[in-house]
Design a protein around this ligand. Sequence first.
Ligand code: NAD
Length: 295
Amino acid sequence: MATVAFIGLGHMGNPMAANLVKAGQKVLGFDILPENLETARGNGVDVTDSAETAVAEADVVITMLPAGKHVLTVYEAVAKKARKGALFIDSSTIDVHSARNAHEIAQANGLLSVDAPVSGGIGGAAAGTLTFMVGSSAEAFAKAEPILKPMAGRIVHCGEAGNGQAAKICNNMILGISMIGVSEAFTLAEKLGLSHQALFDVASTSSGQCWSLTTYCPVPGPVATSPANNGYKPGFAAALMLKDLKLSQDAAASVGAATPLGAHAEELYAAFNSAGNEGSDFSGIVNFLRESKRD
Ligand code: NAD
């Protein structure tokens, strides 16, 4: 049994920590929000009064925080307090540059580290079926894999430090673009007098097939479990899609990669968010596109 410190017990962190407890790990948890600590306590996590206290006893430290600045603040605060050789796992979605800085802080303090962002959302966190995309040395990956297993459906080693975050933002750039593509096809079909079901029946078994259509169909009807049948309650909130598209565009700019559709997807999701849809599922962009005027 390992002792795991879990820092950041929000929508994702709390169910992930709960799955570690169920798997028999001793979990020490910290969050700056008292209500999230209460939820953690109810799930069998030993809550602490600071990140430093949680980390001092831990073999493994997992962070699940909003953005790169939060991760670096926590790493700078706790890295010196951790046991030498402890394994640091950051599962937040953050920019590649901050992820590599976090690895450097860990290394400078004699710690092992992996960046291990996830795909699968709150449902996957609760079910223990997240996909982890891991960037690290082979040694750190070998130590991280058994710790991640109770929270994971799939664990992919993507290469060296920062490559987990690179995989995450590339995947979510595909997702943002494909959701807009599928949504545009439905709004065009409506205007051409083609039913949602007819387009779904054709495209879901033809070359237009993709996850945004077959698993997460943005119009009500064809896929019973998609947020379109539940008032576009997330799921995956539009604010998080915009965050990830921004990360992809910052990364593209930093390495000179041409990603014109990624850039346009970011603009469209920025407009969708600004229209008051931050808390809506990202597939709700179909309604925004339907109302948009053609130039
Ligand atoms: P959240 O806001 O619910 O949770 C983040 C938690 O971090 C909050 O409880 C906050 O109080 C805590 N926190 C902030 N600063 C802290 C500090 N210094 N010390 C301790 N705790 C601190 O966000 P979430 O939805 O759980 O997402 C977490 C990360 O996972 C984000 O990077 C997000 O992009 C990523 N992610 C989210 C989803 C999703 O569907 N929600 C899916 C995949 C990835």
